[in-house]
Structures are given as C-alpha cells and as structure tokens.
Design a protein around this ligand. Structure first.
Ligand code: PA5
Length: 446
C-alpha cells in the first residue's frame, strides 16, 4: 500500500459517526464513477487507464524518449494546465526540483507555453543558444493561445538553427487522435504524434502520452508509474468506506467543508512536492469549483511556509483544514554535524538525520495547528519512486471524482476557463470579436 490515510489529527473535529453517516453518499458516488452513470461520464477514460492503455503507443513513447535523449541537450515541453503540470510534477517528485542541474545522461527539460511572459520566453531562448534542442508540443485542442504562441516562437528558433527540414526530427506532437490544427501540422510536416485520449480531460491526463513522454525523457520508469497507478486502481475498487482510504479522504474533506472549512491546504515537507501541489490544485480547483460551490485548494511547503503562512494558519480566520502529505522514506541520510563550540546551541541535534528533524517539525506543527482549530488528515506515502507517483496520482484523481459527485458538481468539465479567453481575444482584436472589444474597452478605459 503506497498511501495510508492517518486521521489522528482529526480527533475532536470529526466524529466516527459522521464518517459512517457519509457511507450512502460515498457508495452512490463510487457507483456512479465505476459504472460510468454520473455527470461527465464521457470523461472517465482515466479510471481504467492504468490497465487499459494503448500498449503500442507506450512502446513508441519509450522509443521517442530514447531518440530525444540522443538528439538534444534541451527538451522544451510546450503546454499549459493539464498539458504540462503532471509531467513537471513527476520530474520534480521522482528526480528533483533541481533536475536540470543534476549530473545526468538525460536532456535538461524546460516548460514553455504555460504563460505569455516575454521575459521567461526570452530567457528560455537564450538557454537554447549553442545547445541541441527538441520540442514536445502538447495541446489537446491544438488552439490554446499560450502554447500556440510558444510553438511559433520555438519552431522559428529551430528553423533558424537547423533549417526547415528539422521539424520532422525535432518536434514531437501530443494532441487529438484525428482532429485539430496541431494534428494537421504534424501530418503535413511528418512529425511523430502521440494521442490525448478523447475521454481524458487535461487534468486527468498525466498517465497518457501527455505526461509519459517528457517523464520518460527524464529517465523515469513509466512502467513502474503505470504499475503504481494499477495497484491504486485495484485498491480503490472496493466501495467499503472502512477499507478504502481514497474514499475516506473524499468523505472527510466533504464533512469538513460542510462544517465551514472552505479551504483545503495541501501541506508537504519536501520541496520535490512543489509542482505536485500545483498539479493537485488544478485537479481539485477545476473539478470542484463551479456552480458557486467547491473547496478552495491551497498549498504550502513546510517548514519554509511555516515562516510565512504559518501565522495565518495558526491564528487567522478559521476557514481551513490541512491535508498533510508525509513521505516516510525520502532516501536521504544527511545528518547534522557536531560543532565543538556549539555556537548555535544545537548540539542536541548532532547525528540526527534531517529526515527525522523534519518529521518532528511535521508532528509539532500538526499539533500546534490542531490547538489553533485546524483539523488535519495525514496521507502517508512510503517513498518517492515512480511507483509511488503513479499510485498518488490515481489516489487523488479517484478521490476528486468521488468528492465532486458528493458535492453535486460535474467534476469533469471546466466551463469557467473560457471567460477570460473571450475577453483576451476581443482585446487583442481577433476577427469576430469586434462588438465585445468595444464594450470591454469602455470598461477598462480610465
Ligand atoms: O484540464 C484541462 O482541460 C485544461 O487545463 C487544459 O489541459 C488546458 O487548458 C490546455 O488545453 P489544451 O491541451 O487543449 O491546450
């Protein structure tokens, strides 16, 4: 079992009878998900993905990753939202937040097209100078503005560097199986393509080619990752609340939400979780935040943030609960050295591992926050392997679907993300948006 839910820091906030009272709602949500009878049921491809994926494409992903490793120093992954967060989270979690600076035999990996920052784009272009570069462009629709702009810019860079014939060898495209401008471009230029399945939304797509190709390029075992996800799928088939920690997590967060805890903070103690937090926030924010409902997903990395948001969590408005993700064995053995002079008075820590000290910080903070009125669940993760990552991804995806159904929303659509796009297109003068442009300009003029 890669993840275990420990509810010791929920005592006094949630009674056992409250968990049992969720049984019917949880069973109903579980049945909707597994029998595909709930809202958004055409986006449930991720449920069986760990055991029912395209094996031929999986082999092609590994072969393309080897080709990319041989032909470049730098891979630029172009995508936004669900089309980049999972891969970035996996690389930082399984390898390191310092992945690009590690001694390694795999290319550096940078992410572009996840903003429209001129500065960030310019910096990346300069990083590519004098290096061999490949692109992995990832967009299900093929028309998302941010990655489309980045693709133009980095494609232009490639053509200037290697000439127009390089596109078929240096650009790898992950998009819709049949339709869209990216697919048409790939076919015309002869680029290798990978598929974003029709029945997997962006935020549920990390275990498809969307995440797997960049993850494999980083030298992470995608076989192990799928094995972890498959083990989680097997474990969470059971709809018995008492024996299913994924269901318990979904139930507890709804119980706490109903008690006025409107914000869930994912708390970690390892910087390698920072991008996992971002992936998790997208998963829960886009899945639940609709119809004027939803828990607000926030995140912190302690102990760093104990010196910033820690104050608010301890004594600010009582609107949050914590979900602490604790990695039991980080694989690290760094210890505090002795100091004869004991200048800082810390010799009582001599010989102790940082892992041990970090675990005491977690326990101390959890009790302090409990005393300040903040309930906490702990998700105990064994290690930080590819297997654990796959298991954790599936745990959170399944809990999110169940939780969204309990909340009464469609966890698999994202109607709200279109609003800013319409305004941006109008302001930029996209043909067809003339009336909206005039109305918006009147609203934003001083
Ligand atoms: O979860 C989602 O569906 C979104 O975050 C999308 O992944 C994101 O908007 C990018 O879309 P696309 O892959 O079509 O470029």
């Amino acid at each position: 079992m890669a993840i275990k839910l420990n509810d010791r820091f929920l005592g006094g906030f949630v009674g056992e009878h409250e968990l049992s009272a969720m049984d019917d709602a949880v069973k109903a949500a579980h049945s909707k998900l597994w029998n595909k009878t709930g809202l958004g049921n055409d986006f449930l491809g991720w449920v069986d993905l760990p055991v029912d994926y395209d094996k031929d494409e999986f082999v092609r992903i590994k072969a393309a990753a080897e080709k990319i490793k041989k032909s470049c120093d730098v891979l630029i992954v172009i995508g936004i939202g669900g089309s980049y967060l999972g891969a970035r989270a996996a690389i930082e979690f399984c390898k390191s937040p310092y992945y690009n600076n590690l001694k390694k035999d795999t290319p550096d990996i940078y992410f572009a097209g996840c903003n429209i920052s001129a500065q960030a784009t310019e910096e990346l272009l300069s990083i590519c100078e004098g290096k061999d570069v490949c692109l992995n462009v990832i967009s299900k629709s093929g028309t998302t503005t941010e990655p489309a702009i980045a693709f133009r810019i980095f494609r232009d860079m490639l053509v200037k560097k290697y000439g127009p014939d390089c596109i078929k060898d240096r650009v790898f495209i992950t998009t819709d199986r049949k339709k869209g401008t990216l697919k048409a471009f790939a076919d015309e230029m002869g680029c290798e393509t990978f598929v974003v399945p029709d029945d997997c939304g962006g935020r549920y797509s990390v275990l498809t080619a969307v995440g797997l190709l960049p993850i494999a390029v980083a030298g992470i075992s995608i076989d192990d990752m799928m094995a972890g996800a498959a083990a989680a799928r097997e474990a969470f088939k059971d709809c018995d609340l008492a024996n299913n920690d994924c269901l318990k997590y979904a139930a507890y967060r709804n119980i706490l939400h109903n008690k006025g805890k409107k914000t869930e903070i994912l708390v970690d103690y390892e910087p390698c979780m920072t991008m996992m937090n971002e992936w998790w926030k997208q998963l829960y924010g886009e899945s639940e935040g609709k119809d004027n409902k939803g828990l607000f997903p926030a995140s912190v990395v302690f102990t760093t943030d104990l010196h910033s948001l820690g104050q608010y969590i301890q004594e600010g408005e009582r609107l949050m609960f914590e979900t602490i993700l604790s990695i039991k064995d980080t694989g690290s053995t760094v210890v505090v050295p002795n100091d004869e002079a004991n200048v800082d008075g810390l010799n009582f820590l001599t010989g102790k591992t940082l892992e041990f000290i970090n675990s005491m910080a977690y326990k101390g903070a959890a009790v302090a926050h409990n005393d300040g009125g903040v309930p906490a669940m702990v998700l105990e993760l064994d290690t930080r392997t590819a297997y654990d990552f796959g298991y954790m991804v599936y745990f959170f995806e399944m809990a999110c679907g169940i939780s969204g159904y309990i909340l009464g929303v469609n966890p698999f659509n994202q109607p709200g993300v279109e609003a800013y796009k319409k305004n941006m297109f109008a302001l930029l003068g996209k043909p067809g948006y003339e009336d909206a442009k005039a109305a918006l300009e009147a609203r934003i003029s001083e």
